[in-house]
Write a protein that binds this ligand. Structure first.
Ligand code: 13P
Ligand code: SF4
Length: 363
């Protein structure tokens, strides 16, 4: 887990707006414009004062914008790390600077604590792509076949799921079930992550035909198979092999990292693929002339702020519209007005918890 870095801790402990601004400038000069820094330092100072008095903890996904990420987050990380941190938290209030499915995950793991999501509409195209009823229909069609769901799903889907996973441990979860003798595994809802895991584990993947008439393969004919769903991340699906070729033509020595929500063709053409945490570690640990990250753009800024000696190339036309809804302004409002509380029915929490507990046990 990534506890706030030493420098970021100092920003959180600053005694005045001016001190907050000076420290933020030291970290973010050249990344966040000066006029924005002044406004954001004031908000960050207020948030840091308030959260201490309320025994609140702020968890920030790696995609948060750099000023928020480096000034108020007690912990940052990828989906798996943040789920683990929330499960161990003893704060009265968890403010989740991420998207709804992540805040729901924190609530399922902490039913008695208050979990706040600063922007009510911070969703996710993957989570939106499938419902609990869709999973029930699949289970009726393939009785006894275990269901693995990517954590980018809403609680009602997790409640119908046997094992959750994140991009960090998806292949490990699939291998675990295959080793237990399951020759068919339902793997939802990300088409590209499933194809990438299929390539990694050597288990073929099929997308069955749908009641809406869309055609697919027949999993009955294969001995071992993953049964997929055609959800997509609206950000990562936009990266193309052509993007990679263009960058390589201009800068031949660029190391290219792609999130596993990118298409299999993009992942294959990249030098490395891994969760947001693994990408950050890669840049930290492997020295290269320059890097290109095929993922949400703010993460490149966050890495650049932490590693000023590293040259990060940007393809910033693609932003996650949901992650971008989380601002310092709304984080302050979340604490002041205790909004937007995540509430889930008890039976859903109970059922969804099983699949998350199993996820947390598999590395
Ligand atoms: P990570 O688990 O790699 O942080 O990914 C979450 C996500 O939503 C990527 O788009
Ligand atoms: Fe969802 Fe994609 Fe945004 Fe991640 S980047 S939250 S998968 S829409």
């Amino acid at each position: 887990m990534q506890k706030a870095l030493e420098e970021d801790r100092k920003i959180q402990d600053a005694k005045s707006v001016q001190e907050t601004l000076d420290l933020m400038r030291g970290k973010l000069e050249g990344i966040v414009p000066e006029f924005e820094l002044a406004i954001k330092a004031e908000l960050a100072f207020k948030i840091n004062q308030l959260k201490k008095g309320m025994n609140a903890v702020i968890l920030a996904h790696n995609y948060m914008e750099p000023a928020l990420f480096h000034s108020v987050a007690d912990y940052s990380g990828d989906s798996l790390e943040l789920a683990r941190i929330s499960a161990e938290s003893d704060a009265d209030i968890i403010v989740f600077c991420g998207v709804r499915f992540m805040a729901e995950t924190a609530k399922i793991l902490n039913p008695d604590r208050i979990v706040l999501l600063p922007a009510e509409k911070a969703g996710c195209s993957l989570a939106q792509s499938i419902t609990g009823e869709d999973v029930r229909q699949l289970k009726n069609r393939y009785p006894g076949v275990p269901v693995v769901s990517y954590v980018n799903t809403y609680a009602e889907v997790k409640a119908e799921t046997d094992y959750c996973c994140t991009s960090s441990n998806a292949a490990a979860v699939i291998r675990y079930l295959a080793d237990k003798g399951h020759d068919k595994i339902i793997f939802l809802p990300d088409e590209y992550l499933a194809k990438n895991v299929a390539a990694e584990t050597g288990i073929p993947i099929l997308f069955p035909s749908r009641p809406d008439g869309s055609k697919g393969g027949d999993p009955e004919n294969l001995k071992r198979v993953l049964i997929g769903w055609r959800g997509r991340c609206e950000v990562h699906e936009k990266f193309t092999v052509e993007d990679i070729e263009n960058v390589r033509a201009q800068f031949t020595d660029t190391v290219i990292l792609a999130h596993p929500e990118c298409s299999p063709e993009v992942v294959k053409a990249a030098d490395f693929s891994g969760s947001t945490k693994r990408m950050i570690e890669y840049v930290r640990n492997i020295d290269a002339p320059r890097y290109l990250l095929l993922t949400e753009c703010s993460m490149g800024d966050n890495i650049a702020a932490e590693n000023p000696d590293r040259e990060m190339l940007r393809l910033c036309s693609v932003r996650c519209p949901h992650m971008n809804l989380i601002t310092l302004e709304d984080t302050l409002k979340a604490l002041r007005e205790m909004r937007f509380r995540i509430e889930l029915p008890d039976d859903i929490i109970k059922k969804a918890r099983r699949s998350l507990d199993r996820m947390l046990q598999i590395k």
